[in-house]
Design a protein around this ligand. Structure first.
Ligand code: F6R
Length: 606
């Protein structure tokens, strides 16, 4: 998704802006650009392609201590040099970088054109800079305020005025903007990843806020002009946590980090005295939790799938009906919001637009919603106001791995908490806590199987299609396995509940179509063996993710045996080999693993 970086201070802006853009590369983009103000003139350079292409096009002597920069992920207008940001007005006095979508761009464009304005791009963003230029003379802040009053849609933006380079104006509505506070210098970004090298003291703008950012500080106000008070917060992530640390891909690094990220999600939350869990951010007393009759979990993509695992955990451990639904669907179907339902929004980034919109819809209708979020201070975390932070550390690869696992762990913590204030026995609670504590070492054991998994991946890499099947809580594991494989290897992969196979998909089973079967040795084992039989009878190649034990009664092409946990927690471990499988298939096919085609890290547009 698009990224914004800005700098104002005493240092040369260009190296800081270029470094900031590089740190946003992980989010996915197709063009990049930079604008600097010096001697009442703007210098703008932009290009389709990567930040390194932009860097090559920059003149050596591009000077200036105030600047803004952008990585663009095309929405309106194809990715090319013209459509790249920054955009400027006819007199080349103002420059703007914009994330989000101007919904009434076509009408505004027509009006501006009728008044003689010439457009140089196909983007919705360009209307913003022309509107700013067309405002009555006054401060840049007033111009931006005036322009934004005419706009419907979403924005995170930064604006530069060549004639007054002592301030950058930023504004936010639905697209994140963070200010970084330095020593007589200020940083601007759409993602803290671009700031952490310089400062850990940050201020998150809220929707409807404008900030005037100067080298020595900032002031914030609402679109109507009322001053707002902001308190800086500290980001715990350091620049080192964004490094590749010798791994060839972030995805591989993040898979390997899971023993530690799980430990961090668990840290301080296990209560071995009362055999339950402490969740500080929940801010709901036992009495309020007892009133809950249903749980509804909302998220997108892998966040939704981890919510499916969460729903199983909550139903099994707390015996409260729970269901996960894609946030994107939920928000469009005018959902009935119930007082005795606990809504849970799941998001790694905390910025996914559809999930945020679902949270806002729930709140608007008086529902209570918790967040399970990785990025501290992110919009969804702030909008929910309470919930569980994953503390998994930054996830840079576009596809989620460690945060998927940490989300499932967070759901286990919540399910035990809900269970123990209901009917879960102390001995069951104690068993589960022990099993949670054992997870990091068990993940280490699975990671040690990588050479074996890599070998199986060579076989899968030759296929064009694959099925993933699982039953009950094994089904979300199959869903995530299929999603990971298609995202990073581009192999067509589909997940089915094992019992649904014979209701249609079996028609496609052939020697060319491998099936990965999730087959824990639990009370559904015999049923899952029947699934293996059905596939084997159609000569379909089989790969089984299972536990060690007697040889499987059906011949399979490959087996991965993971350590056994408590049955409710088995899905967490069964997912890990599928991450490695997807990674090695993608490696064999020489894919762009950390930034798969067409995908972006956090989807901040509708
Ligand atoms: C899949 C993946 C996406 C995200 C989804 C939600 O590997 O990464 O499906 O899970 O876009 O993102 P967050 O969790 O940031 O809301």
């Amino acid at each position: 998704m698009c990224g914004i970086v800005g700098y104002i201070g005493k240092r040369e802006a260009v190296p800081i802006l270029v470094d900031g853009l590089r740190r946003l590369e992980y989010r996915g983009y197709d063009s990049a650009g930079i604008a600097c103000a010096r001697n009442e003139k703007l210098s703008i350079f932009k290009t389709r392609g990567k930040v390194r292409d932009l860097e090559r096009s920059l003149p050596e002597r591009l000077k200036g201590t105030t600047g803004i920069a952008h990585t663009r992920w095309a929405t309106h207008g194809e990715p090319n040099d013209r459509n790249a940001h920054p955009h400027t007005d006819g007199s080349e006095r103002f420059a703007i970088v914009h994330n989000g979508i101007v919904e009434n761009a076509a009408q505004l464009r027509a009006k501006l054109q009728a008044s003689g304005v010439t457009f140089h791009s196909d983007t919705d963003s360009e209307v913003l800079v022309h509107l700013i230029a067309a405002m009555p003379a006054g401060s840049l802040e007033d111009r931006v305020r005036g322009a934004l009053r005419l706009v419907t849609g979403t924005y995170g933006l930064a604006v530069l005025d060549a004639e007054r380079p002592e301030a950058i104006i930023v504004a936010r509505n639905g697209s994140p903007v963070v200010l970084g506070i330095g020593e007589r210098e200020m940083f601007i970004a759409s993602d803290p990843a671009a700031l952490v090298r310089h400062t850990q003291s940050v201020v998150h703008l809220d929707d409807g806020e404008i900030a005037v950012v100067r080298a020595d500080g900032f002031e914030t106000s609402t679109l109507d002009g009322g001053a707002t008070a902001k308190k800086p917060s500290t980001i715990a992530w350091t620049v080192e946590s964004f490094d590749m640390e010798g791994y060839s891909h972030y995805m591989r690094k993040e898979i390997a980090e899971q023993p530690d990220s799980i430990r961090r999600t668990l840290s301080g939350r296990l209560d071995n005295r009362f055999h339950t869990t402490h969740i500080g951010g929940l801010e709901m007393a036992a009495r309020e939790l007892l009133e809950i009759r249903r749980v509804k979990i909302l998220g997108c993509g892998s966040a939704h799938i981890s919510g499916c695992i969460g729903a199983h955990l909550i139903e099994q451990l707390a015996r409260v009906p729970a269901h996960a639904e894609p946030a994107s669907e939920f928000r469009y179907r005018n959902p009935v919001i119930e007082q005795d339902t606990l809504y849970i929004a799941v998001s790694q980034s905390g910025e996914t637009f559809d999930t945020l919109a679902a949270v806002q819809e729930i709140k608007r209708k008086g529902g209570r919603v918790l967040g399970i979020v990785n990025v501290v201070g992110s919009t969804i975390a702030r909008e929910c106001g309470r919930g569980i932070y994953l503390h998994a550390g930054p996830e840079i690869a576009v596809v989620s791995t460690k945060t998927f696992t940490s989300t499932a762990v967070a759901f286990a913590l919540l399910a035990i908490h809900l269970g123990r204030i209901r009917d879960m026995s102390t001995s069951h609670g104690a068993r589960l806590l022990k099993a949670l504590e054992a997870l990091p070492a068990q993940v280490e054991d699975i990671l040690a199987m990588e050479p074996h998994i890599a070998k199986l991946a060579q076989e899968l890499a030759k296929r064009e299609n694959a099925y993933f099947v699982g039953r009950a809580s094994g089904y979300p594991v199959a869903m995530e396995g299929a999603l990971k494989l298609k995202e990073v290897s581009y192999i067509h992969a589909e997940a089915y509940p094992a019992s649904e196979l014979k209701h249609g998909p079996l028609a496609l089973i052939s020697p060319e179509t491998p099936t990965v079967v999730i087959i824990p040795r639990d009370d559904l084992f015999a049923k899952n063996v029947s699934t293996l039989e059905e596939i084997r009878a159609r000569s379909g190649p089989l790969y089984a993710i299972t536990h060690s034990g007697e040889p499987l009664p059906v011949a399979v092409n490959g087996v991965i045996e993971v350590p056994k946990s408590e049955p409710e927690l088995d899905p967490l471990l069964m997912n890990i080999p599928l991450q490695l499988l997807a990674y090695h298939v993608a490696l064999a096919k020489d894919r762009n693993i950390d930034q798969p085609r067409n995908l972006a890290k956090s989807v901040t547009v509708e």
